[in-house]
Design a protein around this ligand. Structure first.
Ligand SMILES: [Mn+2]
Length: 297
């Protein structure tokens, strides 16, 4: 991470139906993210929350208005990302649902260095409007970044696809719909499933993930908290059993930190209403600490 970190809150909750994920930025702040980073020697500027469209001010909730509002929000995130790149600081985005990554990652790829993305998730987030069983946009964000799906979202920032399939890896996956399985396989995306983590261990999996991204100058960690097992991260909207353990997650972050190439982070899908005493918010902060270089010794 750069010497100066900019916290950017993105209270987006339009990509899914569980209310409460818009309070994610508060949950992470209340878990003292700023102080934790200052203790590690960083200068921290909190830029507050971006004025992304909120569900309660939309005149109507239907497919068209949701896509338009998500596009509007992602454009703000894209601009904020480019602002952070120009200022030479590392942005940490406090979500919000995973649709915000359309803005952060498109911004990094448009305005930043050569970027590799490590996408931690229980799900593939690679549906299109045609393949999605639920229609929820947060399950489409990776597909959008790869150039597939709703045009309004694909063209956020610059026109066309932003992310090259070889510059992203998925880690912690255990829940894929048939349509996204096909898209991810067709594109040749490297997916490190829970089975692979079980069989080979997180250490080896992360070494392979980083080898795939060896030519990228900057690594962006898009951390969907539902990648973790619901027993350690209960405060998420779409929990999926059989996830990454507390130590496996810390180890993954520590190994990424060892590369000295982590430049930016999304923390998404924390839902404080479903959480137990901000357990998931506190866990997110401890994972960011590891990513920012905190070591046991
Ligand atoms: Mn996700």
């Amino acid at each position: 991470m750069k010497k100066t970190i900019r916290l950017i809150g993105v209270p987006m909750d339009l990509g899914q139906n569980h209310r409460g994920v818009d309070m994610g930025p508060s949950a992470i702040r209340y878990a003292n993210l700023s102080d934790a980073l200052i203790r590690l020697g960083y200068e921290v500027h909190d830029a507050g929350n971006l004025p992304v469209p909120q569900r309660y001010v939309l005149e109507r909730i239907d497919k068209v208005s949701l896509y338009t509002a998500v596009q509007e929000g992602c454009k703000l995130v894209h601009l904020a990302t480019c602002g952070a790149m120009q200022a030479g600081v590392s942005p940490i985005f406090l979500g919000g649902d995973h649709t915000m990554a359309i803005g952060s990652i498109s911004g990094l790829l448009t305005c930043g260095d050569s970027v590799g993305v490590i996408w931690f998730d229980a799900h593939g987030d690679s549906n299109t409007p045609e393949t999605s069983p639920s229609g929820n946009i947060h399950g489409m964000s990776l597909a959008v970044l790869l150039g597939h799906g709703h045009k309004e979202l694909v063209h956020v920032g610059d026109k066309g696809p932003k992310l090259k399939p070889e510059n992203v890896v998925l880690v912690g996956v255990r829940n894929l719909d048939n349509g996204e399985k096909k898209l991810l396989n067709d594109l040749g995306i490297h997916i490190f499933t829970m089975r692979e983590i079980d069989e080979r261990g997180m250490g080896k999996v992360m070494q392979d993930a980083l080898h795939q991204l060896r030519d990228c100058n900057c690594l962006h960690v898009s951390l969907d908290m539902d990648c973790l097992d619901p027993q350690v991260a209960p405060g998420v909207g779409t929990p999926s059993p059989g996830g990454i353990s507390f130590r496996e997650a810390q180890l993954a972050m520590e190994i990424i930190a060892d590369t000295d190439r982590c430049c930016s982070i999304d923390i998404v899908e924390i839902n404080p209403i479903l959480d137990q005493g901000n357990k998931t918010g506190r866990l997110a902060v401890s994972l960011v600490e590891s990513l920012a270089g905190k070591t046991i010794l």
